[in-house]
Ligand binder design. Sequence first.
Ligand code: GLU
Length: 293
Amino acid sequence: MLGLRRVVVLMLVLGLAAAFGCSQAPDKAATGDTAQRAVAPEAKKDLLEVVKERGVLVAGVKDAVVPFGYVDPQSNQIIGFDVDICQYLADKLGVKLDLKPVTSATRIPMVAQGSIDLAAATMTHKISRDDVIDFSITYFMDGQKVLVKKDGGIKGAADLAGKKVGTAKGSTSEKNIKAVQPDCTVLSFEGYPEAFLALKQGKVSAVTTDSTILLGLKNSDENPEQWAIVGDFIAAEPYGLGLPENESNFRDFVNASLMEMWTSGEYKKIYDKWFGPDTKYYLPLTWQMEIWP
Ligand code: GLU
């Protein structure tokens, strides 16, 4: 027979087990939420190991954002600054790089669902975006402006009251422009080329996003002299690589690689290739990567 004290102790232990064991949120693998985790079916496994075993790093990049990620008309391949960052990571892992096109609206769901291992896609690290994915340290720094028709009388966001402004669906610019110019109407397009086309067709008075993306639109156009990037910066946009939640080894690898890229001078090489003074998209490198000792 169990003594009363023993019974009480047993009940306490069972009660605690129930409280702690059963109140944990069901894990994603157990609930089948990982059905779409195409690149990491072994969801319980560390992603860094999964990528090494697979021999392929699957990266989400833009395919229509010059010069970050766009289709090279010669090779028909996606090339750009973000692609080179991903290539560096893949080389360091000794694996192949597989690129999947993403848009501003699809990149976060794709990282969250596991259909890509990471997103290198002109993505600003916002605290609000941290709810569903994680981010690397800042690997690129920009700010937002507006692109307009040259000599059209618009010199900045203040002149956009009552006007239509185009940008990409899912971008930070949708809110940023409203914050500085509540009286404009934001039209969100699939991507920036579509927003720029609307500007050319007179359907919007301006396109707003990160200044380098605007520079990419302007200077890859047939008539760059017809367009102007105007006004002050309306928002700061520190880019982070989008990473899956709770993949600490993978995140450590990515962060350490970015820092190594910076300290070895490789970052500057890649940066200058796309944004150096000899390019069409010159953006002086005025910030420093966070380097952990
Ligand atoms: N960096 C901004 C963002 O993450 C704008 C560029 C983009 O749409 O990718 O939303």
